[in-house]
Design a protein around this ligand. Structure first.
Ligand code: UDP
Ligand code: MG
Length: 139
């Protein structure tokens, strides 16, 4: 995957609350092109694998439970400087610390149930995109 791409998920909390449309609107209005997208649900095992890097953290069990409890929107996004610009658009992990107008500030309930995921590096964007999508699902 090119370096101008990132990977996102609209997490189960935001899907449950009906925020898919508003969040996608903010993403595309901010200049990101949708390369791949689907409504899907991670199994417990999928969530364990996706967040394996956090397996020693105290919140891991809760995170796996949360991320597999309902459908998510998974997407690959393209824009110049995609990883960094998308992290700016979503805001800090804890919505209490997130800047005004960011997606997490507007839609996240807590540091755990924080509405959206955004990759933290080009390398992880590539790994995470490939976790959810086959090459022929990327446009
Ligand atoms: N998380 C949590 N408690 C914490 C920190 C993180 O439940 O104290 C969850 C939260 O859903 C977060 C995810 O674990 O989005 C991954 O954490 P990370 O530190 O990678 O934050 P992110 O990159 O998503 O901002
Ligand atoms: Mg992270």
């Amino acid at each position: 995957m090119a370096e101008n791409r990132t990977f996102t998920m609209i997490k189960p909390d935001a899907v449950e609350k009906g925020h898919i449309g508003a969040i996608l609107e903010q993403i595309t209005a901010s200049g990101f092109r949708i390369v791949a997208m689907k409504l899907t649900q991670m199994t417990r095992r999928d969530a364990e694998k996706f967040y394996e890097v956090h397996s020693e953290r105290p919140f891991y069990g809760e995170l796996v439970e949360f991320m597999s409890r309902g459908p998510i929107v998974a997407a690959i996004l393209e824009k110049e400087n995609a990883v960094e610009d998308f992290r700016t658009l979503i805001g800090a992990t804890n919505p209490e610390d997130a800047a005004e107008g960011t997606i997490r500030k507007k839609y996240a309930a807590s540091v755990g149930e924080n509405a959206v995921h955004g990759s933290d590096s080009d390398e992880n964007a590539q790994i995470e995109g490939a976790f959810h999508f086959a090459g022929r699902e990327m446009f």
